[in-house]
Design a protein around this ligand. Structure first.
Ligand code: AHR
Length: 845
C-alpha cells in the first residue's frame, strides 16, 4: 500500500511538475504583438496589444519630462529599439528648436529611467530613429531643418553618446509601422514580446487603476457611503513594552520663498522694491520704479551706484516719493518704526520729511532727516506712529529743490521677532516658533535650484551688507531682495532651537526651466563640467562660513563681522531638489558629495529622489543610485503631494524600507482635496499618515509639510500650512497637526497596536483610525496620539498602558470640509476613552 501510494504521489507530482514546466515553456514561447506609439505630442508613450483582430490600447508607459510645463513636455516621433539583452531604448524629438533629443532606458517597458537629453552640434534634432546593433550599442539617426541626416552612436547603458556626424542613410530608415487604434491610424513601432512580458505591463496598469480607486476615497463623501458605520464603533489599543529608537527630529519646517513668503512675508521689511532693482526679469511689467509713485516720472540712474550689485537708484528733486509697501503698509498706533535710506547728495544739503500716511491722507507718523553727504551715506530716523492704518504709505518729502540720489529705502517695525535688526515679522515668526520645529530647510525647493543655470541660488550672494547682496528674480514670478539671506536663516534657526538644513543646487537647475540662449531647456545640461570645481568650492565655503574659525577662515570672519562669531554648528546640507535623476544630475551630484565627504566627513548630506513617490522614474533611479552609493549621503529627500485617499491607503509606505540604507527626509508633502485648502479631512489624513511615520521613525529622519507660508494676495501654490495678510496670520488645520506632532514628539517609539472590533466595523475601514505612542527619553513623558477619521465616535479600550484620569490632552474635531478649527486643551475623564467623529487627540502621560 505504502509503495503504491508513494507511486501515486510520485506520479502525481511528476505529472503536475511536467504540466507546470510545459505550461511555463508554452507561456514563455507564446508571443504577443504590441505596438508602441504616441497618440498625441502631449500624451507621451503608449502601448497597445493585438487581441483577436484589432489593436487595444493598454496605457501610457512614460511621458516627456523635457523643459517647461505648458510650452514643452512634448514627445514627437518616438522611436523604440530592443537591445539584444531584451532591454528597451527610446528616443524622441522634444521640439523643433533644441539641439538635442530625449533618450530613455527601460528593462521592462514599465519603468523608464529618467530621460537624458544628449546635446548635438546641430541647432535641432528632428525625428530621431534608433536601431540596436549586435554588439549592444545603438545607432541613432536624425534630421535637421535643412534636410541633413545625422548619425550618433549610443553606448549600451545609454548614458554616453558620440559626437554627431553626417550620415548617408537611406530615407527608408524613417519608415514607421502603423496600427489603427481607437479608429485612428497611428505610426509607431511594432514588437513581439512574450506573454510574460505583456503580463508585467498589464499587471502594472491594473495596480495603477486599483491605486487610483483607493486614492479617490474622500471623507467628505462618507455620508453618502452605505458601507460607512452609522453608530459608534470600538477598537482595542494594545501596548507592549517593546520600544525602538526613533528620530528626535521628525517634524521640522520647509521655508521656501514662494507666494511672497520672504519679501512681503516673513522678512519684516515694509518697503517694496527698496533697492529699485525690480525689472522685467522678475515680472514682465515690472521696472525699477514699481511700487514707487511720484507726481512726475521718477528718474532712475545707474551712474556711480551705491553698490555694483544694486546698480539702480532714484534721483529725487522736489517731488514727494511714495512707496505703496506690500499691498499697503500696516501701521499700528503706538508702535515705532525704523526708517533708513542711503543718500548721495554731492555735497548739497537737503532736509527730508519722512511720513507714514494713512489711506485718507492722515499723517500717522512724521520725522525729519537732514542729509549733507557728498558720497553715498546711510541716514536713519525713528517714526512713532500716533495713529494706525492697515493701508498706509511711506512718503519721502524733499524740503527744498536739490537733486540727490536715494537707494535702499527701508522701513522696519522695531518689534521684529526677538527684536533682531533686519529681522522677521513677529507674528509670523512666533507662529512658526510655536511649532517647535526641530529643523528648518531653506531657502526653497524650486527656488533653490532656480529657473535655469543663471538663476541657481548662490548662498554667497545673500550675505554681507544689504546693499552688496545680489538680488535676483524668483522662479515663482517675483523678486528676491536677499535681505532674508543665509545669515538671517541661520540666526532664525538658532533663535527657535532648530537645526539648519540649507539646500543648494546639485549643479543643475530646475528640470522645468526655460530654454537658454542655445535653445537648451530643462536642466540645461547642468553647470558645465569645467565650472563645477568653482561651484563645489562655493558649497564648501558655505560650510566654512557656517562652522569655521574667524581667526583662520575668511568666510567665518565674514560671519563674525555680521554679528555671529560663534559657529552656527551646521550639521546637515541638502544637495538638489526634485531633480531629474539623469546622467547630468548623477555625475554632478556624485562630484559634490565626494568633495563634501572628503573635506567635512561629519556633515550629513541629504540627496534627492525626485518629485514623486514610487513608482516614479526619478524615485526609482534616485534610490538605485543611493543604494549603489550608500556612503555618499546620510539621507534622501522624498516629495509627494497627494489626495487624502492616497495618504490613508499608503500608511505602510515606509514599513519595508531597508534599515541599513540611508535614511529618508520626507521634505515636501501635503494631502489635498479639490478645494485645495487644508481642512479637517486633509489634516486627519496627514495625522493618520504621521502616526505611521512615527512608527517608522527609525528610517524616516525628518519630515516637513510644504509649502509653509502663503500671502493671501499672492498665491503661487495651494494648499499651504499658514496663510497670512499684512494684518493677520491664519494657521490652518495642517499647521495644528504639525504643531501637535512636533511639540509632542519623542525619541522612542513604543509598540502600540490598534485592533478594530470587526463585528461593528468592516476591517476595510482600518485605515481610518490611527494611534502612536512615543516617549521622550529626556523628560520621561510619553505622548499618545489618537486619530479617528470615521464619521462616528470611536471607543477605545486600552491594554498594557495606564492612562490616568486628569492626564492633559490637546484635541480638535470638526467636519471634513472645515477649514478652521479650534484646538482645545483638556484632561482625560473618567470612563472609556471616546474619540469624537473626525478628531485628533494627543494625551500626555
Ligand atoms: O513646495 C512647492 C514646490 O513644490 C517646491 O518648490 C518644489 O520643490 C515642489 O515642486
Amino acid at each position: 500500500m505504502k509503495t503504491r501510494s508513494f507511486d501515486i504521489y510520485l506520479s502525481r507530482t511528476w505529472l503536475l511538475s511536467l504540466f507546470a514546466t510545459v505550461a511555463m515553456a508554452v507561456c514563455a514561447q507564446e508571443t504577443k504583438r504590441v505596438f508602441i506609439y504616441s497618440p498625441d505630442e502631449r500624451a507621451g508613450l503608449h502601448i497597445a496589444q493585438f487581441t483577436a483582430d484589432s489593436w487595444q490600447e493598454i496605457g501610457q508607459l512614460c511621458s516627456s519630462d523635457y523643459g517647461t510645463w505648458g510650452a514643452e513636455k512634448r514627445m514627437y516621433h518616438p522611436s523604440v529599439a530592443r537591445a539584444n539583452d531584451g532591454t528597451w531604448r527610446l528616443v524622441f524629438q522634444v521640439n523643433d528648436r533644441a539641439p538635442l533629443f530625449a533618450a530613455a532606458y527601460s528593462r521592462d517597458l514599465v519603468t523608464w529611467r529618467p530621460q537624458d537629453y544628449p546635446v548635438m552640434t546641430t541647432p535641432q534634432c528632428l525625428k530621431p530613429v534608433i536601431f540596436a546593433n549586435d554588439n549592444g550599442t545603438f545607432d541613432i539617426y536624425y534630421q535637421t531643418k535643412g534636410g541633413d541626416k545625422r548619425w550618433v552612436s549610443a553606448s549600451n547603458d545609454f548614458r554616453r553618446f558620440s559626437r554627431d556626424e553626417k550620415s548617408q542613410i537611406d530615407k527608408d530608415a524613417w519608415t514607421r509601422d502603423t496600427a489603427t487604434i481607437d479608429g485612428r491610424l497611428q505610426e509607431g513601432c511594432l514588437f513581439e514580446i512574450s506573454a510574460q512580458e505583456l503580463n508585467t505591463v498589464t499587471n502594472h496598469f491594473e495596480r495603477m487603476r486599483e491605486d487610483a480607486r483607493l486614492s479617490s476615497e474622500r471623507m467628505f463623501e462618507d455620508a453618502k457611503n452605505p458601507l460607512m458605520p452609522k453608530q459608534a464603533v470600538s477598537a482595542k489599543l494594545t501596548v507592549t513594552n517593546q520600544e525602538k529608537a526613533i528620530s528626535d527630529k521628525l517634524i521640522g519646517i520647509f521655508f521656501e520663498d514662494i507666494s511672497y513668503a520672504a519679501d512681503g512675508g516673513l522678512y519684516a521689511e515694509l518697503v517694496q522694491n527698496r533697492d529699485f532693482e525690480y525689472s522685467a526679469k522678475d515680472r514682465r511689467e515690472w521696472k525699477a520704479t514699481t511700487a514707487w509713485h511720484s507726481a512726475r516720472p521718477i528718474e532712475i540712474s545707474t551712474e556711480h551706484p551705491l553698490s555694483q550689485q544694486n546698480p539702480h537708484y532714484a534721483l529725487l528733486t522736489q517731488d514727494t516719493l511714495w512707496n505703496e509697501g506690500w499691498d499697503g503698509i500696516n501701521i499700528e498706533a503706538g508702535k515705532k518704526y525704523d526708517f533708513s535710506m542711503y543718500v548721495q547728495a554731492g555735497g548739497q544739503k537737503q532736509v527730508f520729511l519722512i511720513q507714514l500716511m494713512g489711506a485718507d491722507g492722515t499723517v500717522l507718523a512724521s520725522s525729519k532727516l537732514k542729509t549733507d553727504a557728498n558720497d553715498w551715506q546711510q541716514y536713519a530716523t525713528v517714526l512713532n506712529a500716533k495713529k494706525g492704518d492697515t493701508k498706509a504709505r511711506l512718503a519721502i518729502i524733499p524740503q527744498k529743490a536739490a537733486r540727490v540720489g536715494v537707494d535702499m529705502i527701508s522701513l522696519f517695525p522695531q518689534e521684529t521677532f526677538m527684536h533682531r535688526k533686519n529681522g522677521l515679522r513677529k507674528d509670523l515668526a512666533e507662529t512658526i516658533a510655536a511649532m517647535k520645529p526641530k529643523f528648518v530647510r531653506f531657502p526653497g525647493g524650486c527656488m533653490s535650484h532656480g529657473q535655469g543655470i543663471e538663476n541657481i541660488y548662490h548662498w554667497n550672494h545673500t550675505v554681507g551688507p544689504l546693499q552688496d547682496r545680489k538680488p535676483d528674480f524668483n522662479i515663482w514670478g517675483y523678486h528676491q531682495t536677499r535681505g532674508l539671506g543665509f545669515f538671517e536663516y541661520f540666526q532664525f534657526c538658532e533663535d527657535i532651537g532648530a537645526e539648519p538644513l540649507p539646500v543648494l543646487a546639485a549643479g543643475v537647475p530646475c528640470q522645468n526651466s526655460n530654454a537658454n540662449a542655445d535653445g537648451i531647456g530643462g536642466q540645461q545640461g547642468g553647470i558645465p563640467m569645467d565650472q563645477m570645481p568653482a561651484y563645489i568650492q562655493e558649497l564648501l565655503d558655505m560650510i566654512e562660513w557656517a562652522n569655521g574659525d574667524p581667526a583662520t577662515s575668511k568666510w567665518a570672519k565674514m560671519r563674525a563681522e555680521a554679528g555671529h562669531p560663534a559657529p552656527f554648528n551646521l550639521k546637515y546640507i541638502g544637495i538638489g531638489n526634485e531633480d531629474i535623476i539623469g546622467t547630468v544630475f548623477e555625475e554632478r551630484y556624485e562630484m559634490i558629495c565626494k568633495a563634501i565627504r572628503q573635506k567635512y566627513p561629519d556633515i550629513k548630506i541629504c540627496g534627492t529622489v525626485g518629485p514623486f513617490h514610487t513608482p516614479s522614474a526619478d524615485y526609482i533611479e534616485g534610490w538605485d543610485f543611493t543604494k549603489k552609493h550608500p556612503d555618499l549621503q546620510y539621507m534622501v529627500d522624498e516629495h509627494y503631494y497627494e489626495s487624502t485617499g492616497w495618504f490613508m491607503h499608503h500608511r505602510d509606505y515606509y514599513d519595508n524600507y531597508d534599515r541599513s540604507m540611508p535614511k529618508v527626509y520626507l521634505g515636501e508633502y501635503a494631502a489635498s482635496t479639490p478645494a485645495r485648502r487644508p481642512n479637517v479631512e486633509t489634516a486627519l489624513a496627514e495625522a493618520l499618515y504621521l502616526t505611521d511615520v512615527e512608527r517608522n521613525g527609525d528610517v524616516v529622519e525628518m519630515t516637513s509639510y510644504a509649502p509653509m507660508l502663503c500671502n493671501d494676495a499672492h498665491h503661487n501654490w495651494d494648499p499651504d500650512m499658514i496663510y497670512f495678510s499684512n494684518t493677520e496670520v491664519r494657521p490652518t488645520p495642517a499647521y495644528y497637526v504639525q504643531r501637535l506632532f512636533s511639540v509632542y514628539g519623542g525619541d522612542r517609539y513604543v509598540n502600540a497596536q490598534l485592533t478594530m472590533n470587526t463585528a461593528q466595523l468592516d476591517a476595510q475601514w482600518k485605515h481610518r483610525i490611527g494611534a502612536s505612542l512615543v516617549r521622550d527619553s529626556k523628560t520621561g513623558h510619553r505622548y499618545l496620539k489618537l486619530v479617528n477619521a470615521l464619521p462616528v465616535e470611536l471607543k477605545l479600550t486600552v491594554n498594557g498602558l495606564t492612562i490616568p484620569e486628569g492626564s492633559k490632552t490637546e484635541e480638535f474635531c470638526g467636519q471634513p470640509e472645515d477649514q478652521t478649527i479650534e484646538v482645545k486643551n483638556g484632561v482625560v475623564e473618567k470612563g472609556a476613552l471616546k474619540l469624537p467623529p473626525y478628531s485628533f487627540r494627543v494625551i500626555t502621560l
